[in-house]
Design a protein around this ligand. Structure first.
Ligand SMILES: [Zn+2]
Ligand SMILES: [Zn+2]
Length: 170
């Protein structure tokens, strides 16, 4: 524990993480608990940078290596899911309290992530899988584009492909 009176980790999901660590023969450390607590008490999709910033706010100085390692364990335990929303780094969300089966809208300009839930998506997953004799376990749907706020600010979508391949040929 740091010298500051940092709040003790308090998420109701911590006992599950402790149990997983013990089952795996991994040490249950306060640092790991504090990192898990930051993720368990947030409704956002946090990057390692953001987790580090939240820890600092709590008066905890925990290195990135420990955060990465803890996130790896949390993902393996099934308590946390990782996402690659194309930022070049991962983002993490715990799987409690969120809508159980949710999809994501990702704004490629301000990086806002909005969750939505539509039973039709699950139905399509099951139908397509059945057609292929496939046994589905999960799916991911991510819709990329510009959020309403960015569009209002006049942000436009940049085209990142070839400008005009025909003109390049002399
Ligand atoms: Zn946006
Ligand atoms: Zn989510």
């Amino acid at each position: 524990m740091s010298a500051h009176a940092a709040p003790a980790p308090s998420s109701p999901y911590l006992p599950l993480f402790r149990r997983y660590l013990r089952q795996q023969g991994l040490p249950v450390t306060l640092q790991r608990e504090v990192v898990a607590d930051v993720v368990f008490t947030s409704q956002e999709h946090l990057s390692v940078e953001e987790i580090e910033a939240r820890l600092k706010e709590r008066g905890e100085r925990i290195g990135k290596a420990t955060i990465y390692r803890t996130m790896e364990i949390l993902v393996r335990s099934g308590l946390v899911e990782d996402h690659d929303f194309g930022d070049g780094f991962k983002r993490y969300e715990h799987l409690f309290g969120h809508q159980p089966l949710h999809e994501h809208l990702v704004c490629t300009h301000c990086r806002t992530v909005v969750e939505f839930e539509r039973p039709e998506v699950q139905r399509i997953q099951d139908e397509v899988a059945a057609t292929h004799g496939f046994l589905p376990t999960r799916h991911r749907l991510e819709i990329y584009g510009l959020c309403a706020a960015c569009q209002e600010k006049g942000v436009t979508i940049k085209y990142e492909g070839l400008a005009c391949p025909a003109l390049e040929v002399a």
